[in-house]
Design a protein around this ligand. Structure first.
Ligand SMILES: N[C@@H](CCC(=O)N[C@@H](CS)C(=O)NCC(=O)O)C(=O)O
Length: 217
């Protein structure tokens, strides 16, 4: 057995608890049973070590034991699932799933930010920003989920997890308004994932600094 001194170091994850990209990365890592050293980053005061590794300093950033850097949340998810994928999220990740992720990241995310921070985007009202975000992703997502409980079909795939934190943010801007909308399939999909132990585990409040993200297994 390796002693603590000779154990290979685990991956280091620079993260921010509420960042939707970091949440999707933490969910995949936790699901895959990968224990990481978690460095919670204050986005307004990024550690020099993070900026030295990545000039953009975005989170999540995963530093592997061999020094390899994964700077994109999707790459972190793919790496995690390549280590272990007991529910086959990756085999279910089809071109359609990838198209959902792209639609989310490229199109919906900027509209979501305009809706969340509508006062910074005064050319449109909050309601108009909301309507654009609804049309871009939320409504089509609900229609798709009426045909199958998951984007990946009868069970969850990578896209379901990748989109979850963004839809969660959308729902949280005006929770009463969101709950009153007729989005039955999407609301069920969201609730089912938010109620899960996996989500709760990755949302535990870390102290600023390095701690361990407990693995599932
Ligand atoms: N494309 C990146 C985006 C990551 C990203 O934009 N993260 C935000 C936090 S949610 C960030 O680090 N922003 C940098 C900053 O606020 O300075 C990914 O998928 O990981």
């Amino acid at each position: 057995m390796l002693s603590a001194a000779t154990m290979p170091p685990g991956p280091l994850l620079y993260s921010f608890r509420r960042c939707p990209y970091a949440i999707r990365a933490r969910m995949a890592l936790h699901y895959a049973g990968i224990q990481v050293e978690l460095q919670e980053v204050a986005l307004g005061d990024k550690p020099a070590a993070l900026l030295a590794l990545s000039p953009t300093g975005t989170v999540p950033l995963l530093v592997l034991a061999d020094g390899q850097l994964l700077t994109q949340s999707l790459d972190i998810m793919l790496w995690a699932l390549a280590q272990q994928d007991l529910e086959a999220w990756l085999p279910r990740h089809t071109a359609q799933g990838m198209a959902w992720v792209q639609r989310n990241d490229d199109c919906f995310k900027p509209l979501l930010d305009c809706y969340k921070y509508a006062q910074r985007h005064p050319l449109l009202s909050r309601q108009a920003h909301r309507a654009r975000a609804m049309a871009a992703l939320v409504e089509p997502l609900d229609l798709t989920l009426r045909d199958s409980p998951w984007l990946a079909g009868q069970s969850r795939g990578l896209a379901d997890v990748a989109l979850l934190p963004f839809v969660r943010q959308f729902a949280a801007v005006e929770p009463g308004w969101f709950a009153a909308q007729s989005l039955p399939a999407l609301q069920t999909w969201l609730k089912n994932q938010l109620d899960e132990a996996l989500f709760a585990a990755v949302m535990l409040r870390p102290p600023t600094g390095a701690v361990c993200l407990p693995s599932k297994h």
